[in-house]
Design a protein around this ligand. Structure first.
Ligand code: B12
Length: 240
């Protein structure tokens, strides 16, 4: 049994599992991304791992926090597309080292037997967050079928027919693309498939309020919560 297992046994709250949120390396990591310094982002990520800071804290309070600042700067017109792309590159440099550790964060060793079909919605190519969600779902015993990015509404429906998943996951990172999540749910209803699958939504502009508005079954604001919600949905299905 590893220290991580001990830690996970003690705390079931995802917020707590992140741990070490105020470590100075995390602030430096954030700043490295804000400075668009990919090399420093990578070396600080490795340093944070060596310091045994929880991978979820590195991901959320270091890397994601930094990339969001650059996103906000872009939104205010202070930086432009090349800078946004560089921030994404920085993020990837860090994430590549954190992902293998996320795979060890499973809460139990059993396969859930659950199948998840997931993709980023039509007209949206953001996939860093979706891919992290996939890594953690797989690590927690889900079989995942990744439809990729820019997935049109009908393709989601086809995939539900083809794979008969327990859960359909949709990621949307832009306000102008999040409506596709609602459209896919409507299509599922029109096609008589809505009762066949649970729908889970996520991505920066989405929220619990949005989930309720569009009639999805679950919302996760990060990958850790996504896994927790997916497990709950699976239990609901098995009890139904
Ligand atoms: C990196 C980035 C890019 C990269 C993407 C690289 C890639 N391979 O993904 C590049 C440079 C390509 C890019 C392009 C664009 N981008 Co961009 N981008 C971002 C940025 C800065 C970070 C996104 C990210 O990776 N975050 C880190 C990950 C870890 O977090 P996350 O995605 O939120 O995922 C977590 C959770 O949301 C959740 N989650 C995610 N998906 C799912 C799914 C489910 C089912 C669940 C349960 C949970 C879940 O778990 C994840 C892990 O914890 C955001 C800013 C922001 N605040 O999000 C802008 C942002 C999303 N982009 C934006 C824009 C406008 C664009 C462009 C249109 C710019 C342009 N003029 O071309 C294009 C879009 C092209 C397209 N058609 O999609 C805007 C959207 C504005 C809006 N409100 O609509 C943002 C918000 C920036 C801003 N403030 O203006 N972008």
């Amino acid at each position: 049994m590893t220290d991580t297992d001990d830690f996970l046994d003690q705390v079931d709250d995802p917020e707590e599992r992140r741990g070490a949120v105020d470590h100075p390396i995390l602030a430096e990591l954030q700043q490295a991304i804000i400075d668009l310094d990919a090399e420093l982002t990578e070396s600080l990520t490795l340093e944070a791992i060596a310091e045994e800071i929880s991978p979820l804290a590195i991901l959320q309070d270091g890397l994601t926090a930094g990339v969001k600042v650059v996103g906000d700067q872009f939104g205010r017109g202070e930086v432009f597309l090349p800078q946004l792309a560089m921030a994404a590159e920085c993020m990837k440099k860090g994430v590549q080292h954190v992902e293998p550790l996320l795979e060890e964060l499973e809460l139990d060793d059993d396969d859930t037997g659950g199948i998840v079909v997931i993709g980023t919605v039509d007209e949206d190519i953001h996939n860093i967050g979706k891919n992290i969600v996939i890594t953690m779902l797989k690590a927690n015993g889900f079989e995942v079928i990744d439809l990729g990015v820019d997935v049109d509404n009908e393709r989601f429906i086809e995939a539900v027919r083809e794979h008969n998943p327990d859960i359909l996951g949709m990621s949307a990172l832009m306000t102008m693309t999040m409506d596709h999540q609602a459209e896919v749910i409507e299509l599922l209803e029109d096609e008589g498939l809505r009762d066949e699958v649970k729908v889970m939504v996520g991505g920066a502009p989405t929220s619990e309020e949005w989930r309720v508005e569009i009639g999805a079954d679950a919302y996760g604001d990060n990958a850790d919560v996504a896994v927790k919600r997916a497990k709950e949905l699976l239990t609901d299905r098995q009890l139904a």
